[in-house]
Design a protein. Structure first.
Lengths: 250, 477
């Protein structure tokens, strides 16, 4: 059965500031959606609310996974149901080795029973694919990683976690062109009926490599326009101002 | 914390004649007796905290020194630890008793690992020279004077020029008697271009009902281009009062790496100092402590720069649960002549309960302009953002916090050159965090280490301070 993530009229607040103001979105397993929007439009808020960040409160609306509300579920429970968030600014955890963390993800989250040596040989392939040296396994999670390394490390985690819905929050920002290609190739290699991607981005450039099925424009806590890839091209040409103006005039 | 009156600390029931009697019975030379007597006088005279800056923090409540038997002429542990228990290192020295095993090839290289008594009998001239040059001065601290005056056990380690000890020397301290006092004095001397690692471990081997006292003095002298990695684990039961006074003189181009894990004891007082005596020397100190229940810690880690182009770094990390308390302080002192010194001092505490108390006092005293020195101090709780981040990957709050706590200690633990001790410390961290007894679950880091070893993922980082974070912090500054 194809899983469906459905966001209905979602309103959310952080510290009394309303950041989502009636957001609707439906994503099916196997699809790639891009959510584009200017700074402060609510892109990261959407990602955080999806994952039940403790400082964000849903005030109205619902998030449904296969028809069931997940609003009452904790962050880790949502992750175990198949939601994954790749962070815009991944958090450093000094002293937690990247390698042992990946193993924990596989065993705790997916119940992976793969023998250790086999597991690490798979992980090494994933690392190599994303341009990492094996020595990163012994390093602390994200600590001392460059901005680009942190983003690529999120993709390695994604490959180990194998979620149904991967939300990638501005994974492309801070990546140089080569790293962007590497990340895009990794995402494309994972594309398939088992996984949906929600690519949150400020720019259009990652979408040149990872072609989305649907593009949404997020402005002021709401999706104001949806379309195909040509919508992203339009934004690239005209900027977000044109959308805002169109809204104001409407 | 209360201001300690001089009279609050009950002193040992001993006088000079007792020291003379012991020294004579042990056949000690006159210079050693003189040193003991001078130290004893200082011990009686000095305040528990001699720096006026920190006197208001001195708190020795629950500690008294009067009910112990000191200067015992025979000291044999009633239980000999097996090699399995100690992780089967190449050789084991038991400070409370005899040297158990030293490989023949090391003896042939001229390495000396002996009890103080043996050293006096067999290598008195060498021992005297090293002893009279020692760096843990009785003038500097009441409890340094205490150990200098009243030690009745200890080890002399001497590593000749151009000699590398492949396996760590294991120094094990065991408290095994009610109201016993163990006062130990260890001297380590490395000749130029030599290398050694020492792992010091303290355990209680019976469930004592008294308040055992452990006082460990460690005096280290590193000649040019030598290197010592010293790891220390305090795993005593929670009725032990432990005192530690350690100091290293770091010679030209030589390196001193300290790693401490404090888990046990009711009260722990630690004093550490590195003196950067030769140009181009390097020292670092990574200390972690985990207090729960009513445990108290009073820690100081200082670095004094007297020569040029030296590097020193101190990282202290304390995690405190229940009503545990820790005072952590450090003084970086850079003298007028110590140009191009580079110093880093950081003290971070994590409070895991409302009643836990942490005080952090980093101090810089710098007398010239041509230096780089930074310090930081923070008292924090478990970071909500870290828990959320790990949560988004599917780890529940309990698991995330457990991993964060383990990670908090890992910077120190990973440097300890003993797999069994690393595992022991991790499992103790788990126990303390869960507040449980019984068999702890497997710790991810242990499994990962196993994978590194048998799954041939990649070589584990060199134990002696080549961790990238450490390297960049120390070298780039």
């Amino acid at each position: 059965m194809v899983s469906v993530l459905k966001i209905v009229d979602l309103h959310a607040k952080v510290e009394d500031k309303e950041v989502l103001k009636g957001l609707n979105l439906e994503v099916k397993q196997g699809e790639v959606h891009a959510i584009m929007g200017p700074n402060g439009s609510g892109k990261t808020s959407l990602a955080y609310v999806l994952m039940a960040h403790p400082r964000y409160k849903v005030t109205q609306g619902d998030i449904l996974l296969d028809g069931q509300s997940i609003l009452a579920l904790r962050t880790d429970q949502r992750a175990k149901l198949g939601l994954f968030l790749g962070f815009q600014y991944p958090v450093e955890v000094p002293g937690l080795r990247f390698g042992s963390f990946l193993r924990t993800l596989a065993t705790e989250v997916r119940g992976d029973k793969t023998p250790l040596s086999q597991f690490y040989s798979q992980v090494k392939q994933n690392l190599a694919r994303l341009g990492f040296d094996e020595s990163f396994l012994s390093r602390s999670l994200n600590e001392g990683f460059s901005g680009g390394e942190k983003k690529r490390a999120e993709i390695v985690q994604l490959m180990v976690s194998r979620p149904k819905f991967a939300v990638l929050d501005e994974t492309d920002s801070g990546l140089d062109v080569d790293a962007l290609k590497v990340v895009s190739e990794a995402i494309n290699s994972m594309r398939g009926p088992e996984i949906a991607f929600i690519l949150i981005t400020h720019y259009q450039r990652i979408l040149k490599y990872v072609r989305p099925d649907v593009v949404h424009i997020l402005v002021d806590g709401r999706i104001v326009k949806s379309g195909d890839y040509s919508l992203a091209e339009e934004i690239e040409r005209k900027g977000y101002e044109s959308i805002k103006e169109a809204m104001t005039n409407a | 914390m209360s201001v300690l009156q001089k009279t609050d600390l009950r002193l040992p029931k001993l006088n000079e004649d007792d020291i003379r009697r012991y020294s004579k019975e042990m056949n000690e030379p006159e210079w050693l007796l003189e040193s003991r007597l001078k130290s004893f006088e200082l011990f009686r005279k000095l305040q528990p905290e001699i720096s006026p800056l920190f006197q208001k923090y001195a708190d020795l409540s629950g500690v008294s020194l009067d009910s112990y038997e000191y200067l015992r002429t025979s000291r044999k542990s009633s239980v000999t630890p097996t090699f399995e228990e100690l992780g089967n290192p190449n050789f084991v020295v038991q400070a409370g008793g005899n040297v158990l095993r030293v490989p023949q090839e090391l003896l042939e290289k001229g390495v000396i690992i002996e009890t103080i008594q043996e050293a006096l009998e067999r290598h008195q001239e060498l021992f005297k020279r090293v002893f009279l040059n020692k760096v843990v001065k009785s003038e500097s601290d009441k409890f340094a004077a205490f150990a200098n005056a009243l030690f009745d056990t200890g080890v002399f380690v001497y590593v000749p020029r151009n000699t590398t000890l492949e396996e760590p020397i294991s120094l094990v301290y065991l408290t095994d008697r009610t109201n016993s006092a163990m006062v130990s004095h260890t001297i380590i001397y490395l000749e130029p271009n030599s290398f050694a690692a020492v792992v010091e471990e303290g355990y209680s081997i019976s469930k004592d009902t008294g308040k055992p006292l452990v006082s460990v003095l460690t005096d280290i002298q590193l000649e040019d281009a030598s290197r010592l990695a010293f790891s220390s684990f305090n795993g005593f039961s929670k009725d032990v009062r432990s005192f530690s006074n350690k100091k290293a003189r770091v010679g030209r181009d030589s390196t001193m790496n300290w790693t401490f894990a404090y888990m046990g004891s009711a009260f722990t007082r630690g004093r550490l100092e590195n003196i950067m005596a030769g140009q181009g020397g390097s020292a670092d100190d990574i200390e972690v402590l985990f207090g729960d229940g009513d445990q108290r810690f009073d820690m100081a880690s200082d670095i004094t720069f007297v020569s040029t182009n030296s590097t020193g770094a101190v990282y202290v990390k304390a995690a405190l649960k229940d009503s545990a308390r820790a005072l952590s302080r450090g003084v970086v002192k850079i003298t007028e002549n110590a140009k191009k010194s580079s110093a880093f001092l950081s003290i971070h505490s994590m409070l895991l309960s409302r009643n836990a108390v942490a005080d952090a006092i980093p101090t810089l005293e710098i007398d010239n302009n041509d230096v780089k020195a930074t310090h930081s101090a923070a008292v924090e709780q478990i970071d909500e953002e870290k828990v959320f981040y790990l949560g988004t990957k599917g780890l529940d709050e309990e698991t995330s916090k457990r991993l964060i706590i383990l990670a908090f200690f890992e910077k120190a633990v990973e440097r300890i050159p003993s797999p069994s001790l690393r595992m022991k410390i991790r499992s103790l961290v788990e126990h303390k965090w869960r507040g449980s007894v019984g068999e702890p679950p497997k710790v991810e880091e242990d499994i990962f280490e196993w994978a590194l070893q048998f799954g041939k993922v990649s070589p584990i980082s060199d134990i002696f301070g080549t961790h990238y974070k450490y390297r960049t912090t120390v070298e780039k500054k």
